[in-house]
Design a protein around this ligand. Sequence first.
Ligand code: ZN
Ligand code: ZN
Length: 463
Amino acid sequence: MKVAVYYSNDDVRIEERPVPRIKDGEILVRMMACGICGTDLMQWYRTQKAPRVLGHEMAGEIVETGSGVKGFRQGDRVFVSHHVPCYRCHYCIAGNYTACESLHTGNYDPGGFSEYIRVPEENVDFGTFILPAEMSYEDAAMIEPLACVVSAQKELGLKKGQTVLVIGSGISGLLHLQMAKLKGASVVATDISPYRLGKALAFGADRVFKAEEYSADRLKALNNGTLAERVIVCAGAKQALDHGISSVDRRGKILFFAVSESDLTIPSVRFWRDEIGIGFSYGASPEDIREAIRLIQNGMVDVRRMVTHRVPLSDILSGFKLASRGGESLKVIVVPDSTAESGQAGRDMYPESESPVDMEKALSLFDNDKEFFREMCRKFLDSVPQQVDKLSAAAMTGNAELVELYAHGIKGAASNLQAMKTCSLARCIEDRGRDGQITDVPLLIEDLRLELARLEHFVRTMK
Ligand SMILES: [Zn+2]
Ligand SMILES: [Zn+2]
């Protein structure tokens, strides 16, 4: 079988290994989706144990069960937790599952970035969960990251009406943001990337700041003169830590969710006088995992729009590069080579039943001239994505007039190409507008990008 062996962030090698043999009480799982985690990219941490097969956000299908396995059978779709508590030690007995030594040291074999994974008996007993029928493997790959957020927020004691500052709007920041909104908090989010700030708005942030423009004073200015009651640091950079430390209100709490390589320096006198609580969080308990499954299943937390890219196992290195660059990506999911439609993911990109263009209608408009139609589509695809980028930039600067202008330009281009009236591009703009005003720009941009990608795929595969 193929496994991806991590040496460093730009050296991940595909190697051949025998499929693991399972013993009594164990199961063998075929990996169907495994997320690349921010911690997989912490080179200073990961190279300590390299070379190694990483991957701990894994969902798959059971292909073999050892004798004595109860409750699971071949063909079951499962999420498997790599870390499980023993339920016997004094930490476990006290309910502190993430402090359990077994949880810290156990793992499945060889890791999630592998075609097949042997699941040890304790992970079968305490860490294997059958997926609800409607949950996709990609959604299930988001169970572990969400469970860690659920676990961390339990300790944070977030309450309705509080102001939460989320520093860093990558996957963990966006999950924290959604959970905080669910609890009725008001959320201010920061990031260095305009793309991620757009995502933070789309996922419900009340206010966003570019990191370089953020300061505790600006937070105060929009928060009735007070700092944030809860601060969640989801980035490891020095500036992120500084912003976090300077932004906690009296008797507030700061959670360092992301870990930084260097030791933290806390202004102890201020933290003493202001009675500020400091928290850290590691991993998740089986209870948190169950909660995460429920949240995804009920649509309380939207994980699907967080998956922006998928890469086949054999091309995992490009996934690592993509994820470590940050840029225009959120969650990158590794999938088996056989099922891979590499590239942009997010929602169901190319549903068979729903073509972005009504071909019959389009061809009647173009006198059945397929080549001409294709040419028109290509011209459209040459110019419109740039206009969407401009629209996105205008939205970032908050210039409503420019936003309207670009949106109408795109709509105009869509109607010029008559056939586009039969695709959903122009409709996107209409749907997001009310009385001629666009109401939700980040969502509109996302819709437009999705539709453009669908159209692009359509033109590329058009026979
Ligand atoms: Zn993770
Ligand atoms: Zn234990």
